[in-house]
Design a protein around this ligand. Sequence first.
Ligand code: NAD
Length: 475
Amino acid sequence: MQVSEKDIQKLVEQVLANITGQAASNTVSYSASEIALGDGVFTTVDEAVAASKIAEGKMRHVSLEGRRKIIQAMREISIQHAEELAKMAVEETGLGRIEDKMAKNLLAANKTPGVEDLVSTTYTGDDGMTLVEYAPFGIVGSITPSTNPAATLINNSISIVAAGNVVVYNPHPSAKKVSLQTLKLLNRAIVSAGGPENVLTAVASPNLDTSKQVMEHPAIRVLVVTGGGIVVKAAMKTGKKVIAAGPGNPPVVVDETADIVKAGKDIVSGASFDNNVLCTAEKEVFVVDKVANALKQEMLKNGAVELKGFELEKLLKVILVEKDGKYYPNRDYIGKNAEVLLAAIGKKVDSSVRLVIAETSYDHPLIWTEMLMPILPIVKVSNVDTAIEMAVKAEKGNRHTAIMHSQNVTNLTKMAREIQATIFVKNGPSYSGLGFNAEGFTTLTIAGPTGEGLTSARTFSRQRRCVLVDGFRIV
Ligand code: NAD
C-alpha cells in the first residue's frame, strides 16, 4: 500500500492530538494542506448559505440577553486565542509582526461594540408615539483581507452577530487557514453560550470564484467587503447593498508648530505597526522645511533608518514593480520587516530597526503607491498650506485616513476640512484612529467609499419604525 505525505501528516496530527488531548479542547486541529469541515466550514457556497438560513431562523428567537451572552463568549475565546491566531496569520500569510497582530486581535475582541450599539429611538408627542429600532438584515456576506485576517473576522463577527445577523464569509485565499480557524473558534463560542450552530459559515477552500458566488447569492442581502479597489468594484457591480472598506494612502502633515519629539516617535510607531499593512497606517509625510531635519533625527532615534541616493535606488528596484507605466509593490516584500527590505540590498541591521525612511520628490512612486511595507517617503515643503494641498492629492480621494502633527488649531482645522478623511488623527500615531491606546471603539472595516465610516453593529442593521397613533404618551 502506498502512503502519501498527506496521510502521514494526518496520522501524526491525530496521534499528537490524542497525546495532548487537544482534539477535545477548543483548539481546532487543522492540517497544513486542508481544512476540516464542520463548525461552520462547508464544501460549497450553497451548503454554507443553506446552513446560514437555518441559523438565521434560529437567531430570530435569541433574546437580546442571549445575544449579549454570545458576544461575551466571542470576546473571551478571541482573547484566549489572540496569540495563537497572530502566529498562524504571520506563518500563513508572511505579513506583519506577531506581537502587532496579537494586539489587533485583542483590540478587536475588546473594543468592537456589542448589542449596546443598537440604541432605539422614541418620539412622543400629542399625536402618540413612534419607536425606531435596529433590526437585522438576515444573511450578510463578508469578504475579508489577508492583511488583518483574524482581527477582521473577530471584528466583523461581533458587529454582525450583535445586530442579530448571520454571516457567510469568503476569507482571502492566502489567509484561509487562520481565518477559518478563527471562524470555527467563534462558532464554538456561540454554541457554548446557547446560540445556534453555523451562525458563521464559509467554504473550506475560498477563492475568487467562491468570493463571486457569495457576492451574487440571492439569499445574501448585504455585502461587507474589506480589501483593495478591485474587490470593492466587484461588490458594487452586484447591485446589492454594499458596505465597502477600500484602500487608503494616509498622508501625514507636520508643521513648524508640532511637538517634533513626539511627532517623530508617533510616526515611526504608526507606520511600522504590523509592518505598515494596515490601511490606516502612515504612507507618506509632508513636513515643513524648517523642522524637517529635526523630525528625521527623531525618527532615526525611534527605530528608523534613512536611505539615500544609490542605496535607495537599489531598494526601489527590488520593492517596486512597473507595469504599463503604473507602479505596484513587489508582493514578496509586502508586510515584511524593515530588516528584510534592507537585507535585499545587502544592508545588515538589527531587529530594533522597524522602518525605512527616504526623502523623495512629490511625484515619486512611493508617494502614490500603497506599498503596505515599512518604507515611508518624506517630502520637504516650504509651508503648511502646500503640505496640506499635497496631502489632499496624495490621499487620492479615498476619504480614508489622514494624520497631522501641529499645535496650531487653525492649521489642524484647515487640514480636517480639506482632506475630508473618515479618520483624522491629530498628534498621535495613525492607529489611535482605531481606538488603540486612544478613545473610541474599534473596527477593522472602515467603510469610506460607501460612507458608513467606522463600522459597528448598527451598520449591519436596518431601521424599522413602529407608530402608535394617539397613544402611549404618558405626560
Ligand atoms: P485584496 O483586495 O487582495 O483581497 C480582499 C478580498 O477580496 C479577498 O478575500 C479576496 O479573495 C477578494 N477579492 C479580490 N479580488 C476579487 C474579485 N475580483 N472578485 C471577488 N473577490 C475578490 O486585499 P488584501 O491584499 O488582502 O488587503 C489589503 C488591501 O485592503 C489594501 O488595499 C488595504 O488598504 C485594504 N484594506 C482596507 C481596509 C478598510 O477598512 N478600509 C481594511 C483592511 C484592508
